[in-house]
Structures are given as structure tokens and as C-alpha cells.
Design a protein around this ligand. Structure first.
Ligand code: PMP
Length: 402
């Protein structure tokens, strides 16, 4: 495609205008996209890509799913009123449905992003009156100041010190470290069931169960950040359900909205009463248009049997990549359709470029881990197509100078 030309509507034009008008806050090249349908997207030059990233686990039903489109247009034509003084059917129905899927009594606070969902959990922790919090090294919980203080990645935190705290970051997957660090002074232990941003790190079996036991004994809130793993991504409604672990607080965003911005903080038991009236809020909280889209996501996952589908296609994708036994691939890990391909060399960024050239969107979660988080509707043919093309992408990655 023409990425250097500047004719209106071309990739080159969009890129040039992005550079002129927008902050380059991520510092990564951006592919100018114009259209999406199902698992495919098209760039401004008409090139087609198989979307193996879905934003990053955001477009859970793929692009332009009819169920989301009709939910959006019906709700927007019906009632789009947003205010802390009113409530509408889709908002309440979404909260009820999320609690139903959790299988427990509780209450929901809606926000607009994953960071905000965790920010609410942080404030719940403060309201316990306990001074201290624990999170995992390498963990990612968002970029607002509270969520950032929970995030266990020094490069992201350091420029913004001092952060609200104190937060101790313990090695992820290490039960002894939890036992040594969580005390009766600890308000919150926050963990991802699988660390997504850190390179799809799966903790040892029993880790979340141990975290539940340790927090219960200390009277500490266990917060599970399911922003990336929740709503079908791992083949369960919530990843922690695979181990039968029940947290006090569960945070959601990304795939819940199927492409629309929403965050949710689910709180169970006594934790449900922590955000007392007057303690928290946001203008767009629970807005009926986005809640209608999120309800459509939940209904479609159920109606189309997508949880079972995700397990099946995810397994096919994982074993497909494994069976190539390529020397550059160290390991394939994850659950359902959240997969990390760990390379033996730090060539994930290079791989990302080569894959894009070959018509696949995915990302380098870390320098040596490629993340796949495709729409949950990814077909077996889509998965096979990627596996078939993988050797030549790996070849180009391995032989090109980095
Ligand atoms: N928690 C986790 C586990 C995430 O993966 C992310 C986003 N990558 C966030 C929180 C932050 O979500 P948002 O970007 O919507 O603020």
C-alpha cells in the first residue's frame, strides 16, 4: 500500500495527520483502519487483515456484529439519557445479568474503562480503613493514578511518583510471597487470573485458590482483575470460574462492551456496601446505550454457544502452533482465546511487523511474547489460516535483521 503518499483518505494521509494532531502516547506505529466486519478489518489502502487482537480483547464479537448494531440503534433511538438522577432498563438488566453469571449476590458499579473499574476497587480498599495493598509484579491494572499504583511495571510507574500507596508488589504465582505479605493491615490483594500485558503469564494451578484462602484469613479484599480475561475470553464467563474461586471484587471492561467503552466493578458480600452514597461516581456511569450493547454481547455469547467455541478454537490454535515445533517458538501458553507465543529471542516486535505484512493483526505483549486475543467468533478456518502462514512469518522474522 501507499504509506508515503498523502492523497486524502490514504494510509499515508491518515498517518501524517495523526502525527500532526494527536499525542503519540504509546510510541508505536499505528495502522490506519477504515472498516471492519466479523474477524476481518481493512486499512485505508484496501488491504485486508485477519484480526487476531480485536483491539486487545475488546471487539469480542468481531466487527459490526448485527446484535450489537441493532441493540445500539434501538437504544439510541429509544433512550440515551445519561444522568445520576435516572436509571434505565438496560443498565439494571446488565447489572443483574453480570451478577447472575457470577452466581452470587452482589452489586455493580459501572464506569467507562478498565482503569476506572480498578480505580473503584482501589477506593473500596481505602474505605475498609486498612492502609496497605498488595499486587503482583508485572501485573497491569491501568494508567490512572490509583490503577497505576497497583500496576507492577516499574517503567510505567516511575515517571509518576509519588503514587498513592503503599502497594507491595509480590512475584506473580508465588503463594509463599502472598502469605508473607498479606496481613491484617492489607485492604486489597489485586491479581489478574492470567497476566495479559505481561506476556500471557499463567500462574501455577491452585494459585488463585491459595490467594482466596490467604485473603479470607486476613480479612483482606480479594480483587480479581478480569478486564482482559473476563466475558468469555478464556472459555468461561470469568477466568477464575475455572478454579471455582470467588473474589470479593471483580473488575471488567474490554470485551464486555464488544467495542463500546464500559467498565464494571462487581462487589460481593460486605464489599458491595463499601462505596457508600456520595463516595464515587462518573457522568457516563451505566449509560443505557453502552449497557444495551454490553447486554447484546452477553446474549450473543450465550445464544451462539461461544464459551464452548472459544475452548475448541483456542485449543485448535494452540496445538496448531505447537505442532509446527518451530525452533524460534519456545512455548504457547494461555487459555481459550488469550494465547501467548513465547519466542526464544526478543523478536516479537519484528514478528508483529512481518505478520502485519502477511495480513494478520496481533501484538508484541513483551519483547519476546506475541499475544493473540482474537474475536471470540474466530472460526476454525481463521485459526488454521494463521497456523498455515505462521512458518513463513517466523522465517521472515528469524532471517530479517532486527
Ligand atoms: N486491567 C487489565 C488486566 C488490562 O489488561 C487492562 C488494559 N490492557 C486494564 C486493566 C486497563 O484497561 P483500560 O485500558 O480500559 O483502562
Amino acid at each position: 500500500g501507499d504509506t508515503t503518499g498523502t492523497a486524502p483518505g490514504t494510509s499515508g494521509d491518515l498517518t501524517r495527520r495523526w502525527q500532526g494532531a494527536m499525542m503519540d502516547n504509546f510510541g508505536t506505529p499505528r495502522l490506519p483502519l477504515v472498516r471492519g466486519r466479523g474477524t476481518r478489518v481493512w486499512d485505508a489502502d484496501g488491504r485486508e487483515y485477519l484480526d487476531l487482537l480485536a483491539g486487545i480483547a475488546v471487539n469480542s464479537l468481531g466487527h459490526a456484529h448485527p446484535a450489537i448494531l441493532s441493540a445500539l440503534t434501538e437504544q439510541a433511538a429509544g433512550l440515551g439519557h445519561i444522568s445520576n438522577f435516572f436509571v434505565a432498563e438496560p443498565t439494571v438488566a446488565l447489572a443483574e445479568r453480570l451478577l447472575e453469571l457470577s452466581g452470587r449476590a452482589g452489586r455493580v458499579y459501572f464506569s467507562n474503562s478498565g482503569a476506572e473499574a480498578n480505580e473503584a476497587a482501589f477506593k473500596m480498599g481505602r474505605l475498609t480503613g486498612r492502609p496497605h495493598m498488595v499486587a503482583a509484579a508485572g501485573g497491569f491494572h491501568g494508567r490512572t493514578m490509583g490503577a497505576l499504583s497497583l500496576t507492577g511495571q516499574p517503567a510505567k510507574r516511575t515517571p509518576f511518583a509519588p503514587l498513592p500507596g503503599p502497594v507491595d508488589h509480590v512475584p506473580y504465582g508465588d503463594v509463599d510471597a502472598l502469605r508473607a505479605t498479606v496481613t491484617r493491615d492489607t485492604a486489597v490483594l489485586i491479581l489478574e487470573p492470567i497476566q495479559g500485558e505481561n506476556g500471557v503469564i499463567v500462574p501455577p494451578p491452585g494459585y488463585l485458590t491459595a490467594a482466596r484462602e490467604i485473603t479470607e484469613a486476613a480479612g483482606t479484599l480479594l480483587v480479581l482483575d478480569e478486564v482482559q480475561t473476563g466475558i468469555g475470553r478464556t472459555g468461561h464467563w470469568f477466568a477464575a470460574q475455572a478454579e471455582g474461586v470467588e473474589a470479593d471484587v471483580v473488575t471488567l471492561a474490554k470485551g464486555l462492551g464488544g467495542g463500546l467503552p464500559i467498565g464494571a466493578t462487581l462487589a460481593f458480600g460486605p464489599a458491595a456496601d463499601l462505596l457508600a452514597p456520595g463516595t464515587h461516581g462518573s457522568t457516563f456511569s451505566g449509560n443505557p446505550i453502552v449497557c444495551a450493547a454490553a447486554l447484546a454481547v452477553l446474549e450473543t455469547i450465550e445464544a451462539e454457544g461461544l464459551l464452548a467455541h472459544v475452548k475448541r478454537v483456542g485449543e485448535r490454535l494452540r496445538t496448531g502452533v505447537e505442532s509446527l515445533a518451530h525452533p524460534l517458538v519456545a512455548e504457547v501458553r494461555g487459555a481459550g482465546l488469550l494465547l501467548g507465543i513465547a519466542l526464544r529471542e526478543p523478536k516479537a516486535a519484528r514478528f508483529q511487523q512481518e505478520a502485519q505484512q502477511a495480513g494478520f493483526l496481533l501484538n508484541a505483549a513483551t519483547p519476546d511474547v506475541i499475544r493473540l486475543a482474537p474475536p471470540l467468533i474466530l472460526s476454525e478456518e481463521d485459526a488454521d489460516h494463521f497456523v498455515q502462514q505462521l512458518p513463513s512469518i517466523l522465517e521472515a522474522t528469524g532471517t530479517s535483521p532486527t
